[in-house]
Design a binder for this molecule. Structure first.
Ligand code: ZN
Length: 325
């Protein structure tokens, strides 16, 4: 898989430009809140500022996070009313959805199935938090023959899921009641949502509250200790305010989830794109070794190196599986 397959450059650049124009319109209050590390509560030190958003790194656990942080109300307004958010939900999805279905969601459905089978809970009813257009849900249903419930607060997106005959709970997570969810064992999943959360701890407590002992929670997010993010740092397209606020890492996510009350089953970094992302940003790569590798490495070297990154937990795409004990 290539970065271009799932995030075509032109469309991504337009989206990022629109977002940059939206920032001064939606994040106007000067009264932002200094926050401690969202993973461990430790003190952060300034890493860089991007589009007016300060990013700090926790000295104790190396989580990278936005602080001071604008209010939750400003983010809510931005996601509901901004041009860039509308562009993402319409043009970006329309132009990329079929490629993403093949390259991203089909493999993701297989991955989730493998994990659940490996844990002995293949029968669990899958609940997709923030399921968007329901493409994962469709693919998982196709693969396993099992229904998926989608929790999706956006009316537009919830409607798109209903058209696919998916079971939708059109609510914000905090409003979801137990009776709206399937009975029996559940596996909650959430993809590329965690990095957006205004308060990851509140979110995880809400998920925990909907789970029963033995239920699973599987989610993917960005790891701030992954290669492309570390190397490109403030120039990384993944470090994109106002969208991405939290970059936990394999160590910090584990500690954080245990603190919330989960038993962590596994933290992996099955990412495939770190080197491709660096190659697409060669002019911004500062480290002489990586410059050399990107210019002179052969296809087989790229594959081997990407494999090492994934296996050693240094890829920037992270998957965490935890259980309600
Ligand atoms: Zn920390």
């Amino acid at each position: 898989m290539k970065e271009e397959d799932i995030r075509p450059r032109g469309i991504l650049d337009t989206f990022l430009d629109l977002a940059n124009q939206d920032i001064p319109r939606f994040f106007t209050s000067q009264d932002r809140e200094e926050i401690p590390c969202p993973a461990c509560g430790g003190a952060g030190s300034p890493a860089f500022t991007k589009q007016g958003f300060g990013y700090e790194e926790c000295a104790a656990c190396r989580t990278l996070f936005v602080s001071p942080r604008p209010s939750a109300a400003e983010f809510q307004d931005y996601y509901q009313h901004s041009e860039s958010a509308a562009y993402w939900a319409s043009t970006f999805y329309r132009e990329t959805s079929e490629a993403r279905r093949e390259k991203l969601w089909k493999p993701k459905a297989r991955q989730v199935q493998e994990v659940l089978v490996g844990m002995g809970c293949a029968e669990a009813a899958v609940v997709d938090i923030g399921g968007g257009y329901g493409i994962f849900a469709e693919e998982y249903r196709l693969l396993t023959g099992r229904e998926v419930t989608v929790i999706e607060p956006s009316r537009l997106l919830a409607g798109a899921c209903r058209e696919k005959h998916l079971h939708v709970v059109e609510e914000f997570l905090e409003k979801v009641r137990d009776s709206q969810l399937p009975e029996g064992k559940r596996a909650f999943v959430s993809f590329e949502l965690f990095e957006h959360l205004h308060d990851p701890r509140v979110f995880c407590r809400q998920v925990f509250g909907l789970m029963k002992p033995g239920d699973t929670f599987l989610f993917t997010t960005l790891s701030g200790t992954g290669l492309d993010i570390r190397e490109l740092w403030e120039n990384s397209a993944a470090v994109s305010p106002p969208h991405h606020l939290n970059f936990f890492n394999p160590r910090s996510i584990r500690r954080f989830l245990e603190d919330v009350g989960f038993r962590v089953h596994s933290v992996t970094t099955p990412g495939k794109l770190d080197l491709d992302i660096l190659r697409n940003n060669l002019a911004r790569v500062r480290d002489p070794f990586w410059r050399l590798f990107l210019e002179e490495g052969r296809a087989a070297d790229f594959a081997a190196m990407q494999n090492v990154l994934s296996q050693s937990l240094f890829s920037s795409h992270m998957m965490t599986v935890c259980v309600h004990p």
